[in-house]
Design a binder for this molecule. Sequence first.
Ligand code: NAI
Length: 449
Amino acid sequence: MARDLYTDFAATKWGKQLTSQLGLPQPARLRRYRANAPLVEGPVVVVGQSAASDHLATQLVSWGVDVRRQVGTREKVAAVIACFDTVASPSDLAEPALATGGLLKQLKSSARVITVLRDPQQTEDPAKRAGRSAVTGLTRSLAHEMRAGGTANGIVLGEDLEASAPGVAGALRFLLSGRSAFVSGQFLSVDTVNGVLPEDWAAPLRGQVAVVTGAARGIGASIARTLHRDGARVIAVDVPAAGEQLAQVANEIGGTALQLDITAEDAGDRILEHAAGYAGRLDIVVHNAGITRDKLLANMDRSRWEPVIEVNIESQLRINRALLNSDLFAGGTGPRIVSLASTSGIAGNRGQTNYAASKSAVMGMVSASAPLLLARHGTINAVAPGFIETEMTAKIPLVTREVARRLNSLNQGGRPEDVAETIAFLASPAAGGTSGLTLRVCGQNLVGA
Ligand code: NAI
């Protein structure tokens, strides 16, 4: 992983002064997960009067958060929860929007603004849909305006869903916490009452068994470590050629290694057999293994096109069919599948027609599979990382890399653990109300925004 020397420099006193005088980007040190750290450090202000705002305030109080409806003008604020869920037309936005605006200069570093809205697509009323859609534009713009590592995201409630649903609390907690450090300008939809809040928030996956493909290195190894930290027993899968690294990861987290090429016809059955022998259950599958074989389409041949489609999507479709044919893949609180997409799959990327096709395919697969998983109270979602500091991105030439990593609202690249944290959240029982979604972990990358 390449060190981001600019961010290190900008964090020094002298670096801060110089970058500010020259009008250069000022990447902040992001508040990330730390064991035993409080959920938020400082008061959280709830803006807007609605049943949802009351539910959320009550939930926050139950977590020991210092919840306020108002704060003094000199007080620092850790987060603002802005409730727009009763908006019936765009003119209804003014009051909560301006009340939120009035708090922005008091925000601490790595602060959070979370808007709460009803799903625009779930109303046919033009004024209502306009009003709800307006909240998405406001949230995205605010994410661009946040400073010092702060983020702005939205929680989108299904039409009739009460804000007391477990999935809403799960989304709220994730977005407030350090786990969502590199998620900004995004929307987490909660549609169903499914989901269970864990007894122990420090170990939400306790007792669960998770498979992670491509776990020998990079983002996959980070996912395996994070799921283990959250209490899961992990089956780490990778190709035989990566066997040594795979064994190291599996040993480090007290899990088990399965050497397997996921493109094998019987890969799904092999995973199920291994899980049956290892633990007698399987709760979570993370499809992380992925490859690139970049070439302009004009120069593309079958040897570059087909492996990318095979590894990045066809294998996932086959494995999912096997999982959904098996009673083992039940999950105590509903099984979970999480797939790796990419911002390339959203925006497209020169030289990546094959890769972007495979990653758009992942998003399509995930949204079409949601009803199949719902039938067993499970969920399936995708995560689309932006620029992440890995071996892959360390190989990008220096100048291109420097431009790519600053092209987002947080002015820095994400880390593998940022992707892993979002996957661990989507894999958790508390995320049971969210399915069929692709969530970007990209610091609000300008590409494909
Ligand atoms: P990586 O190349 O460092 O690791 C991928 C792992 O998958 C390797 O250990 C490899 O051996 C394994 N793998 C490849 N083909 C396999 C197969 N047929 N069977 C089993 N294992 C196989 O990649 P990285 O950067 O960690 O990426 C992980 C995922 O995240 C990929 O799906 C990638 O497309 C996605 N992603 C990565 C981004 C980044 O910035 N690094 C950005 C967007 C998406």
